[in-house]
Structures are given as structure tokens and as C-alpha cells.
Design a protein around this ligand. Structure first.
Ligand SMILES: N[C@@H](CCC(=O)N[C@@H](CSS)C(=O)NCC(=O)O)C(=O)O
Ligand code: FE2
Length: 247
């Protein structure tokens, strides 16, 4: 049983985990130290300048600004990053959101010699995907799998049965030592592993029927930003921005 819990990265792989305190969102910068190509996963609009500056500071070129899904609690930074850099925005076809590139199951996003493989993992939303980078043993699960939790399923075409089946069939099928990086954490945890979640996730270690019942009784508050975030994120954070974000 693996208790490694940290990535053993190739010397040409650049990795940074960034945080937004308002929405407890993690943004990930991944880069190729040789070609200088880089991607950002789940950038937040308020931090677009911070993220673009970090890319520049590390002498990287941002190729893609990628979303794991259409977020309900914050506006994506992909639209702003398109203005600040030469990147292309990316989201799943199933999300129904606009972007330069629409991805689907089994697609591959390349930056330098590195490849992110796309797994369609709907359930939290119908367009959720997980990005897996096998050579580094890392996966970015968005809100499909959170640390000792999972994304809620009570809006955005959420479906608890789909979520359970996709987490078990796809994320839990990755090697046990795979490091999982979620889109959020509300308790200060930063990463987990497939092995940990298979043993310890209080929702996903249960049977499907118990899981569905847990999800029906979460009674979570309606996200504060949802009515502003969804229309903006449908346009990948480029149009329909609330006034305070217009530049
Ligand atoms: N209070 C926050 C929203 C918190 C929330 O609903 N988080 C989502 C992920 S963002 S869509 C979630 O799925 N949470 C699952 C859980 O068990 O906490 C706000 O108002 O923004
Ligand atoms: Fe979400």
C-alpha cells in the first residue's frame, strides 16, 4: 500500500499550486521547462494578472487556459488570460460553454513533451472532466472528487449515480499512488491519493444507494456567486461579465 502522497516529478516538469481564498479554489500551473509551453487549470478571474505574471516570471508561454467544468462559485480566469497572453481557452464540449477548444473523453492536451489525458467524469455537472498526466502520476479532478468529499449534485444537471460511477470507474481505476489535486478544499488540505480516497472518502466508500442518500441530504447553502458566475462562465469568462469585472 502506497503512502507516498507526493509527486516525483520529471526534471523538465514545472508545477505550481495556487489558491483563491474567496472561493477556496485551486489553480494549477503546469509547464515544460525545455519547450516553455505551459497550461493553467482552473484559473480564477480575480487572479488572472497574478497567474500571467507567474507564467512570465518562470519564462513560460501559456498555451492553454483550461477549465475542469463550468464553475458555479467563481468566474473563470480564462477570458482575462486570453487578453493578457496568447493562450487558448479550453472546456469540455458537454459543458455547453464557449471556448476556443472543446475537449471530450480520451482527448489529449499537449504542452511540450507532456500530455494531459481527458477523462469525462460528469455527475457534479454534466460537463466535468478529470485531467490525468500519467508520466507524473498526477490527476486534476475538478469538483468530481474533493479531498474526503466530492462535488455536490443538486444543480447544473448534477447526478449522484453518474458521479459515483465515474469516480469509481475512472478516478479510482488510476494507480493507487496517483496524486489527486481537486478544484477546491475548504479545510486547508492540498492533495490526496487514489489509495487514500478509496479507503477514507466518507461518501464514496459507501454503496451506491447510501451515496445517493448522503448526496440528497447534504443541505448545502446556494453558492453566493452562482447567478453571476454561470452566465459569465457560459462564455468562458469573456462576455456577460458583471460590471465590477469589466475592464
Ligand atoms: N459556500 C460556497 C460554495 C460551497 C460549495 O457548494 N462548493 C461546491 C464546489 S464549488 S461548485 C461543492 O460541490 N461542495 C461540496 C461540499 O461537500 O462542500 C459559496 O457560496 O461559493
Ligand atoms: Fe463546481
Amino acid at each position: 500500500q502506497s503512502v507516498r502522497g507526493h509527486a516525483t516529478m520529471a526534471s523538465n516538469f514545472v508545477f505550481r499550486q495556487l489558491f483563491d481564498t474567496k472561493s477556496s479554489t485551486y489553480t494549477y500551473l503546469l509547464g515544460d521547462a525545455e519547450s516553455k509551453d505551459a497550461v493553467l487549470i482552473d484559473p480564477v478571474i480575480e487572479h488572472a494578472k497574478r497567474d500571467a505574471q507567474l507564467v512570465k516570471d518562470l519564462n513560460l508561454n501559456l498555451k492553454f487556459a483550461i477549465n475542469t467544468h463550468m464553475h458555479a462559485d467563481h468566474i473563470t480566469g480564462t477570458g482575462e488570460l486570453k487578453k493578457l497572453t496568447n493562450c487558448k481557452s479550453v472546456i469540455s464540449k458537454a459543458s455547453g460553454a464557449k471556448a476556443d477548444i472543446h475537449i471530450d473523453e480520451s482527448d489529449v492536451i499537449e504542452f511540450g513533451t507532456h500530455k494531459l489525458r481527458v477523462f469525462s467524469t460528469p455527475g457534479h455537472t454534466n460537463g466535468c472532466v478529470t485531467y490525468y498526466i500519467p508520466e507524473q502520476g498526477m490527476a486534476f479532478t475538478g469538483d468530481a472528487l474533493l479531498i474526503r468529499g466530492c462535488g455536490r449534485t443538486d444543480f447544473q444537471e448534477g447526478n449522484s449515480t453518474n458521479l459515483y460511477e465515474n469516480v469509481h470507474g475512472k478516478i479510482f481505476s488510476l494507480p493507487d499512488e496517483t496524486i489527486l489535486y481537486p478544484a477546491h478544499d475548504y479545510k486547508g488540505m492540498m492533495s490526496t491519493t487514489v489509495d487514500e480516497e478509496k479507503r477514507l472518502n466518507p461518501r464514496l466508500t459507501k454503496s451506491l444507494s447510501e451515496f445517493v442518500e448522503i448526496m440528497e441530504n447534504l443541505n448545502l447553502a446556494y453558492p453566493k456567486m452562482i447567478d453571476k458566475a454561470l452566465p459569465a462562465n457560459k462564455a468562458c469568462g469573456l462576455y456577460d461579465l458583471p460590471e465590477e469585472y469589466q475592464t
